[in-house]
Ligand binder design. Sequence first.
Ligand SMILES: [Fe+2]
Ligand SMILES: [Fe+2]
Length: 198
Amino acid sequence: MQAIEILEREHHLVLHLLECLEVVVNEAEGKGQLRSPHAAEILSLMEFFADGSHQRKEEEGLFSRLLRRAALSQRLYVGRLFADHARDRHDLRSLHSNLMGAVYGDPLSTREFVVRSRRYILSHRKHMGREQVVLYPMAERLLDERDDAMIVRGFAAIDNGLPPGLDLATKVRGLCARVGVGFREERLPPAAFAEMAG
Ligand SMILES: [Fe+2]
Ligand SMILES: [Fe+2]
């Protein structure tokens, strides 16, 4: 499915964003100082891309289409992933607030940023693992070509609402270079996602 290919390509970028956040958090923990411009850039990409346009594509396109076709147990699984999205967005708001406190100079905010970021990274990876190991294969089984075409049209409409000229892949690569994360051209193998899913 073209829709799944698009979402998996986006996961590849989100994984790099989480690695960037991990580097920034490790430094903050080691030195007690947060590289706030990098942290702000990562949070901005998480908000507008990972927890923003990517989650909208899943919720408004893939999940809602799947809910029409899936059996009860499968619908419950989709519901859990919806709940993950809501929790991610809530946690991200707390991270923003911690970052502002850290910029202000509050050491407690820096410590909270570290602890919350670690939880956020872990839960995001687990969520993406579950999508790639369980949900996307479920979509491949239950949805047909017409579903795929409709979902991809919806994705295009969401992308049309992004800032003009925005190239997310280039933006993430640039961030990786500045933070010191090597950008992998190859996507991770299915076994890596299975491990993340837990
Ligand atoms: Fe998701
Ligand atoms: Fe996803």
